[in-house]
Design a protein around this ligand. Sequence first.
Ligand code: HEM
Length: 156
Amino acid sequence: MEWLALLAETPLARALIVSPTVYLLVNAAHIMAIGMLFGSILALDLRLLGLFEKVPLQTVAVFLSRMAGKGVALAVLTGLCLFSVKPTEYIQNTAFLAKLGLVALGIGNALVVHVTPGWRAAVTQGSISAPLRVSAVISLVIWISAIVAGRWIGFL
Ligand code: HEM
């Protein structure tokens, strides 16, 4: 735990601890990153589940998954900044640990989907296989749960 406590001594953590303005800006950036991630995931997964049929999947699939990827990267970056404020407390927070697990599951699910023939067919022909629809449902459940766990952190 000592090495974790050192995180709170870094200049970045000190800036978030002493300046409420810096903290709120980073927290707002975390929420915007989550919005970018979930907004893209929701649009893509609902399209894979057959909604918005007129929207060409070949066009939006790669665009939305890349936006989601950038959102995850920004959420992890800003999340680590927030985490650095009280790392030894957060690491014992059940909601925080649950969220990290769900985020890892969400990223894992997306990476697995991207190497499947189903994704290739969706991107090249716009066809949607049953396994791809199932992975869209799994993705929605995971990311909604991650957001609920994230909000729950402050209540524990
Ligand atoms: C990538 C997906 C992520 C999602 C969907 C997510 C979601 C959330 C949500 C919904 C909140 C509550 C925001 C608020 O009400 O102010 C939050 C807060 C927070 N997140 Fe994340 N987060 C993600 C990644 C991370 C990562 C990777 C970390 C750390 C390594 C992290 C650390 C935190 C911390 C420390 C808070 C503040 C908790 C508090 O004191 O209220 N987040 N996150």
